[in-house]
Write a protein that binds this ligand. Structure first.
Ligand code: CMC
Length: 430
């Protein structure tokens, strides 16, 4: 028999259906609540609110599980590569060899962006944060591909937009950096694979040879896999809500990039390094900074610690911690900031404040350290996160469209003034 729950409001009983997920997650279906009862539910920050049913990513914060389309993140990070994982997320199944070869080929042959994009780029001062540039360039694709604005595009048109998004993201990302440092942009070298091509566009200088170290390209590929999707987080929910108005894939993803930018979401990896540097420059007094993080009168938080969903450990943090050790070892880097990070983690994990609140290092605590080792500047960290998250955003946008979900439109409880009479002031009357 289908499960239901009983809700009693002012003595009257209502029966609400229960929705059960494939991993036995339970939801009370309140879709008809307002019509039936006149009440809405209140959940600021959506801590207990399911916004959709999704078959893309499964996450269990209590036991530290993350799976894409049923595959464990640990296995994908070890054995797969970013484009295969992207295909899996977007299209629902692991590709055959032919499917992967076609997807890779299609992406590789769309890496070039329209020359007029350079004119848009030229309009930005070099002080522009790369995330703002990235989101603008992404949204500008609606101008170069106006057919993407048609919400009823046939499947092959949508496929082309997906391929273009995946293909041009590294080009936009690298160009946002070049603008930031005031260097000429590099065109994509399609002989290289996804990560090596990106690194070359980032770091090659005119009249100099550049070759991506395979250790670096591998580490980057792993990082992108770890960030590829994370169910209904702030930026993904943004992509879905913008997409629900039938806005184009490019504008929906551009909105996601903006949502990711904030220091409580994707911007945290940048803030981690800023924090570690500050601790180092302050003489390395970790206890002082831990005390600051615990002080409710001090706005400082330990960046890279805590997670809305993971309350035990972040499985991505475990993988990335090992990857950080490997990369630093292989590249022979001895980073004093890493030492501070290790000590900070050790102290915080034993401190009752963090233990009681279940605050553990999240993926961003270590990703910044790897990016730093790869030579990626701090302002680019969140751009790297966006590059990784792109297939997840695309998959979620595609799922929303396939399920024909209604426009996202929450309710509110109004707490402002009741109706007041308007009195004109003398000057307004005149
Ligand atoms: N340092 C110190 N105290 C913290 C921290 C922190 N990093 N995170 C949470 N707390 C405290 C918070 O003050 C509160 O204490 P109390 O119960 O005494 O009021 C309690 O822990 C619960 O915090 P919350 O803000 O209600 O938790 P949340 O689920 O709303 O926030 C979070 C999650 C990730 C925004 C938060 O932990 C945070 O600000 N962390 C630092 C930023 C960060 O690392 N963000 C990256 C998240 S991982 C990447 C991603 O998936 O986006």
């Amino acid at each position: 028999m289908a499960k239901t729950v009983e809700l009693i409001i002012e003595g009257k009983s209502y029966t609400l259906p229960v929705i059960e997920g494939s991993e036995n997650e339970m939801a009370i279906d309140i879709s008809d609540l307002r019509d039936q009862t006149g009440y809405i539910t209140m959940d600021i920050g959506y801590k207990n609110t399911g916004s959709t049913k999704s078959a893309i990513t499964f996450l269990d914060g209590e036991t530290g599980i993350l799976r894409y389309r049923g595959y464990a993140i640990e296995e994908l990070a070890e054995k797969s590569n970013f484009l295969e994982v992207s295909y899996l997320l977007i299209f629902g199944e692991l590709p055959t060899q032919e499917q992967l070869a076609k997807f890779t080929h299609d992406i590789t042959t769309h890496t070039l962006v329209h020359e007029d994009v350079k004119k848009i780029l030229d309009g930005f001062p070099s002080s522009a944060h790369p995330m703002g540039v990235l989101s603008s360039l992404f949204c500008a694709q609606t101008a170069f591909y106006p057919e993407s604005l048609n919400p009823n595009r046939p499947a092959d048109g949508v496929y082309l937009s997906i391929v273009r998004s995946m293909a041009k993201m590294p080009t936009f990302a690298a160009w946002s950096y070049k603008n930031n440092v005031g260097h000429p942009v590099n065109y994509p070298d399609n002989k290289l694979d996804y990560c090596a091509r990106f690194m070359k566009m980032m770091f090659a200088l005119p009249a100099e040879d550049y070759e991506t170290d395979p250790v670096i390209a591998d580490a980057l590929d792993k990082l992108l896999i770890l960030h590829a999707d994370h169910e209904q987080n702030c930026s993904t929910s943004t992509v879905r809500i913008v997409g629900s108005s039938k806005a184009s894939i490019y504008s929906s993803i551009s909105a996601g990039i903006n949502a990711l930018w904030g220091p409580l979401h994707g911007g945290a990896n940048q803030e981690v390094i800023v924090m570690l540097e500050a601790i180092k420059n302050d003489g390395g007094n970790i206890d002082k900074w831990i005390a600051k993080a615990k002080d409710k009168n001090d706005p400082f938080r330990l960046m890279g610690f805590g997670h809305r969903v993971y309350k035990n450990f972040d499985p991505r943090a475990k993988i990335i911690k090992k990857a950080a050790d490997d990369v630093l070892g292989k590249l022979g880097i001895n980073d004093p900031v890493l030492e501070i990070a290790q000590k900070l983690e050790e102290i915080a994990l034993k401190d009752p404040y963090f233990v009681e609140r279940k605050l553990y290092p999240n993926v961003d605590f270590y990703s910044g350290i790897i990016y730093r080792a790869l030579g990626i500047p701090v302002d680019m960290f969140t751009v790297m996160f966006a590059m990784g998250r792109l297939p997840g955003w695309i998959a979620q946008w595609r799922e929303l469209r396939a399920n024909n979900e209604p426009i996202g439109r929450p309710r509110q409880i109004y707490t402002g003034s009741k109706l007041k009479p308007y009195t004109a002031i003398a000057s307004r009357k005149a």
